[in-house]
Design a protein around this ligand. Structure first.
Ligand code: ATP
Ligand code: MG
Length: 561
């Protein structure tokens, strides 16, 4: 982007401000190139979404490009399943990386040459101490480390040994390559960091070609340089790695990407780290990476979140330089706000109880008009069958209701939405349990919605489903996966998995109106007065499963134990 075009850009955070200044000063000829660099060792989560919106967002805004680069330097933990899911999730969020799909593993030859160059400059050496010995000699932030006896090995010997490492001559752990920087540096990352290690493990892309693999810190920054990334945006924990990356840029004489750190997203009642999420999957605490309780993109999608709701959330939380904790209620607010505009309303009764309308003809049936979405005129309307017996929500009836209860009780009147006003005459209970089994009402035929000639006013309006036309469905109700606000704030020897909420999933049998019988997985609805629900991919014909995306209102965090 030229600085003329950049002039009238409004910036929304400190990163955009830095980029704008770089454009104005003609740095990199005004070019803006970012990247989103996941390690393919798990599924993406909502924290990654923040980084995706940021990286793709600023590239788009300033006329640049964003690469998708897999930082795949750890073959043991990586898998093509993860690569595929990452691509699917980014596409679903609405971004296209075109033909700019890259892999750090595609640069393994170049990275090897970089390492050779460091050795030739006397800036790297082959270490023979074990990893424990290396750790023991590292010192502490206040105490300098000890130099390795192998540190002053001649360049020629280092070159020979490094090549033998590559050829598979040595066992894992017997040798590593270390950068030769400063064992007394106050920055621990500068104390001769390991940059290559032996790993006789096949890689999901390079197969058996390599016996040695670069460390993340020797691959990430160099890959940025190879791709001529102008602005390398990463989370705060990499701030202390920046001197190392800059040291490597200097001695390798490679493209100087500018690293800028921002705060990672932390959410209350949630863990956001692939390592922890993998533990939940492996330990069977959830049903896979896309379990609707998971904060993964695929979990949120299955739960019923829309890309727009996640984008709005990301916009709302913004990009800051200091770590903080975001209330998970804000995420729920974002999906509610979006679905309120876009989800069609239907009648769904979670816990049904039968109402018999005693003055309605036995075989009678009429099809009433019901509008689909009061927030969206274009959504139109549908016909809903009404008959002598309807289900209402069990909690909408009380035998002895308080004065402020504007729903049904003996002697009280309510409107059935889109239908008639009914009056409660009587009810029946189960002799053993005391549970209400049937409620008896009469209706006033002159009060039909849209054609009410009585002018009668009632305070309550209930949702309902005709018994004869009801569609039985399974509904999964979700609560927070953790009952601890910060599951990772732990005492020694405690484990975040101890704070998994045992009641985070409740499966119930419910009824919904007939009109949704052909609904497809992923379709979203508002069950009137109940919340937002999304059809689960486990559904089959005649057996719909709904996931509750969110309740209609924030019900606050339930306190447990
Ligand atoms: P995790 O701890 O979940 O494994 P990670 O940083 O190791 O996260 P990567 O695959 O390396 O995962 O991340 C890809 C990009 O996403 C990185 O640039 C990283 O900074 C960013 N990212 C990861 N987690 C968050 C988060 N919680 N908030 C914002 N950005 C994040
Ligand atoms: Mg990482």
């Amino acid at each position: 982007m030229n600085s003329e075009n950049a002039k009238n850009k409004e910036v929304h955070n400190f990163i955009e401000q830095i980029i704008l200044e770089d454009i104005r000063s003609h740095k990199n000829e005004g070019r803006v190139q970012t990247r989103f660099p996941p390690e393919p060792n798990g599924y993406l989560h909502i924290g990654h979404a923040k980084s995706i919106f940021l990286n793709f967002g600023v590239a788009e805004k300033f006329g640049g490009n964003c690469n998708l680069r897999f930082d795949d330097t750890n073959p043991e933990k990586e898998d093509v399943e993860y690569v595929d899911s990452i691509k699917e999730d980014i596409r679903w969020l609405g971004f296209d990386w075109g033909n700019r799909e890259f892999y750090a593993s595609d640069y393994f030859d170049q990275l090897f040459e970089f390492a050779v160059k460091l050795i030739q400059k006397g800036k790297a050496y082959v270490e023979e101490l074990s990893s424990d010995e290396i750790a023991a000699a590292k010192g502490t932030p206040t105490k300098p480390g000890k130099e390795s006896p192998y540190r002053s090995r001649p360049i020629e010997e280092n070159l020979k040994l490094f090549k033998l490492m590559k050829e598979g001559e040595f066992e894992e752990g017997k040798k590593v390559l270390r950068a030769k920087i400063d064992m007394a540096s106050p920055n621990m990352h500068m104390r001769d960091p390991v940059i290559y290690r032996i790993k006789k493990v096949p890689h999901h892309r390079t197969g058996n070609k390599w016996n040695i693999y670069p460390m993340y810190d020797f691959a990430h920054g160099q890959s940025d340089a190879i791709e001529q990334i102008t602005h390398s945006l990463c989370t705060l924990e990499f701030e202390s790695h920046r001197p190392l990356y800059n040291w490597l840029i200097e001695y390798l004489e490679i493209f100087p990407s500018r690293q800028i750190e921002f705060a990672r997203l932390n959410l209350t009642y949630t863990v956001l780290s692939k390592r922890n999420l993998l533990e939940l999957v492996k330990g069977g605490y959830v049903n896979g990476w896309d379990d609707p309780r998971m904060p993964t993109i695929s979990g949120l999608r299955r739960r019923g979140y829309t890309p727009a709701s996640i984008r709005n959330f990301a916009d709302r939380i913004g990009v800051a330089r200091r770590d903080g904790m975001i209330d998970v209620a804000l995420l729920e607010f974002s999906v509610r706000e979006d679905l309120n505009k876009t989800a069609n309303r239907i009648m769904g009764i979670l816990d049904p109880v039968k109402v018999v309308i005693t003055n309605y003809p036995e075989e009678g049936e009429e099809w009433l008009d019901a509008i689909n979405n009061p927030e969206d005129e274009a959504a139109g309307s549908r016909k809903m069958p009404f008959s002598r017996e309807v289900y209402i929500e069990r909690s909408d009836f009380m035998v002895d209701p308080p004065r402020k209860f504007f729903r049904l009780g003996p002697g009280r009147e309510v409107r059935l939405k889109h239908a008639y006003i009914i009056a409660c005459e009587d009810y029946n209970t189960d002799a053993a349990t005391g549970e209400i089994t049937e409620i008896y009402c009469t209706y006033d035929p002159d009060t039909k919605s849209g054609a009410d000639i009585t002018g009668k006013k009632v305070k309550g309006t209930l949702s309902w489903v005709s018994v004869r036309h009801a569609l039985p469905v399974t509904v999964r109700l979700y609560d927070k996966l953790f009952h601890k606000e910060d599951p990772l704030a732990l005492q020694k020897d405690d484990d975040f998995k101890n704070y998994v909420n045992p009641d985070s999933l409740k499966t119930i049998q419910s009824v919904v109106e007939l009109s949704v019988q052909d609904a497809k997985p992923g379709e979203r609805f508002q069950f009137l007065r109940q919340g937002y629900f999304c059809v689960d991919p486990d559904s089959s014909a005649g057996n719909l499963i709904f996931n509750r995306t969110a309740t209609l209102r924030d019900t606050g965090s339930k306190k447990h134990g």
